[in-house]
Design a protein around this ligand. Structure first.
Ligand code: DHB
Ligand code: FE
Length: 280
């Protein structure tokens, strides 16, 4: 059977992708950001999964105001990097896992979560920047990736509680897949940031670190935080943090092993947060 070995949480700031693609990662501004992922790249090599289930949000690249799925699962055989206005990032195409994705869709939909099934989709920085941070700049990504897109852009957005419970349904789905696969579940986005309006540039280190503490130690309690509190405390785009609860809900019920924790301000307009949790 398939099993979930670990979960990874990380911001997905597009400027980080640009810094890598343009060879600026050693510059003084970016060096401390990438330093926080050195352990992670080594850990990835030593703990290579067979599949990554990658929770992220599309930023009006594949979807638009014409079509707003709350939860969308990528069931295609491959996904191309999206053109977000400057041409697609020069990163490998993403190879999917249609069989596992279809199984998860079947199981999770029968568990009463309405997923949109996506058979053709380009993937934006929300998905490719975490892969770059964790894997560097390889010729091909190390394993298949199932993209799972969450609407945190256009209101109404799903609650933290719904995301946490969805993560549990995803765990059940993965653990009932009849192939011996080591699966990692990643949650991306955050941490505090606001990209527009009078509060643009908002960062809240205290809130972010409390979220990291609660995500590790008491995710069920964190899941009760209403979305308005994310927006008030972490800025309008801080709501991306609800996606981390999907990955956390996919972990088993024992306290996880914290393999890595990193927090840095600033990167572009945001705080960068990162965790690696292993199932015990
Ligand atoms: C930015 C965009 C994002 O989607 C994000 O999660 C963080 C930062 C930005 O444009 O700086
Ligand atoms: Fe984002």
């Amino acid at each position: 059977m398939a099993r979930i070995s670990a979960s990874v949480y990380t911001s997905h700031v597009p400027a980080i992708g640009a810094a890598l693609d343009l060879g600026k990662s050693a510059e003084p501004y970016w060096q401390p950001v990438f330093k926080g992922y050195e352990f992670s790249k080594q850990w990835m090599k030593e703990n290579q999964p067979d599949v990554i289930f990658l929770v992220y949000n599309d930023h009006a690249s594949a979807f638009s105001l014409e079509l707003i799925p709350t939860f969308a699962i990528g069931c295609a055989a491959e996904f191309q990097p999206a053109d977000e206005g400057w041409g697609p990032r020069p990163v490998p195409k993403v190879v999917g896992h249609p069989e596992l994705a279809a199984h998860i869709a079947q199981s999770v939909i029968q568990d009463d979560f309405d997923l949109t099934i996506v058979n053709k989709m380009d993937v934006d920085h929300g998905l490719t920047v975490p892969l770059s941070l964790m894997c560097g700049q390889p010729e091909a990504w190390p394993c298949p990736v199932i993209p799972f897109a969450v609407n945190v852009v256009q209101y109404p957005v799903p609650s933290g509680r719904r995301c946490y419970n969805l993560g549990k349904a995803i765990r059940k789905a993965i653990e009932s897949f009849d192939q011996d696969l080591n699966v990692q579940v990643w949650g991306t986005g955050g941490m505090s940031h606001q990209l527009q309006g009078p509060r643009a540039g908002l960062i809240n280190k205290e809130f972010d670190n409390r979220v990291l503490d609660r995500l590790i130690a008491d995710p069920a309690d964190l899941a009760t935080l209403p979305h308005i509190d994310y927006v008030r405390e972490a800025g309008s785009e801080g709501i991306e943090l609800v996606m981390w609860l999907i990955a956390r809900g996919a972990m088993n019920d024992r306290p996880p092993k914290v393999r890595h924790r990193f927090y840095h301000v600033p990167a572009s307009n945001t705080a960068v947060g990162h965790l690696i949790l292993e199932n015990v």
